[in-house]
Design a protein around this ligand. Sequence first.
Ligand SMILES: Nc1ncnc2c1ncn2[C@@H]1O[C@H](COP(=O)(O)OP(=O)(O)OP(=O)(O)O)[C@@H](O)[C@H]1O
Ligand SMILES: [Mg+2]
Length: 354
Amino acid sequence: MSYKTSQRLGLDIGSHSIKIVSAERSQNRYRLGVAKIIPLYQGNEIYDSEGPKKSIVLPKIMEAFNELKIQPKRVKRLASCVSGTNVAAKEIKTINMPEEEMSSALLSEARKHIPLDGTESVVDYQILGEDPNELDKVRVLLAATTRKLYDAHMELLRDLDLKPGIVDLEALAAINSWMFLNELPEDGVVCFLHIGARRTNLSVVGTKSLFFTREIPLGGNAFNEELMNKYGLNWVEAENAKISQGMELNLPVKQSDDTGAIGLQQRSTLDQLRDEVNRSLRYYVKETGMSDIRAFYLTGGGSRLKGIDEYFHQKYNIPVVKWNPFDMIDGGDAIAPETAPQFAVAVGLALRGD
Ligand SMILES: Nc1ncnc2c1ncn2[C@@H]1O[C@H](COP(=O)(O)OP(=O)(O)OP(=O)(O)O)[C@@H](O)[C@H]1O
Ligand SMILES: [Mg+2]
């Protein structure tokens, strides 16, 4: 595995780890360059859901670049992403018009559709295609972030000596790792669950049906908290136990004491996540009338949890796939399938064209 400047470099900076992938297109296939996960927590350091400080992130990325023989100044094709409560994506329909008019009409329209925190925003859009129901209209995907978050991201890239390239939304990049390599079913929709450390993004995508995405404030770290409460573990013990054993530990459950609610009385994190997924899907069905969900694709480090696919399969009785974004990429078999779903965003970024 090696990096070449002809490859696009996908950089996914999470709150738990940083993912780096490079790839390029050769004819109809993609070829993998490098792929690396850089954990942000080691030893007894405790996870901070606020996200890592720049003073921690910068040296980690530089060290990884060094190891992968990536000279930041020479990176020609970069794609990175932003995420969280200050980003939003929404599909709207609009009258078809020439490119230049479309651009100004949409950008001024966007503010109405995607409420962020009311401060200045940065908006981008992508035409998804004709509206199959109204032929004079087109389907447009609006994506936005606050100016503040965008500028902070740009500054981070500059500090790394990287020339900014494409900036995507994390949830969209995760979906793209699938979309670039697969065909959507002609009818019905598929549901993506991108499970990170602090949050999960649910998205629904279909050829004829409205695109929908929503953030659920539960991720891999909520599983740690459950294990900490239930078995009286510290964060590091919970993290290690979760990774090696999943959510059913071979340990005595901590007895509840006078301080009140512990473990057992609470709904499990998986059940809470399912409740949120249910709620979003119910909303989607009500808004669109589309209830034909064909499959779930799970991405993000949280989706590596033992048994999470069987859990969702039992509840919904449709195929549930831990998505391996390297599956159809030449050289991708170098990455252990077990690790692969955590790379989805970085792969989605690396597969972006210009
Ligand atoms: N084998 C595993 N089993 C269960 N959970 C795992 C496993 N490997 C990693 N995780 C969990 O995945 C999460 C990290 O996933 P990921 O790298 O996608 O997060 P992130 O991008 O850093 O976070 P975010 O985007 O939410 O800020 C952590 O909660 C980690 O404990
Ligand atoms: Mg992430």
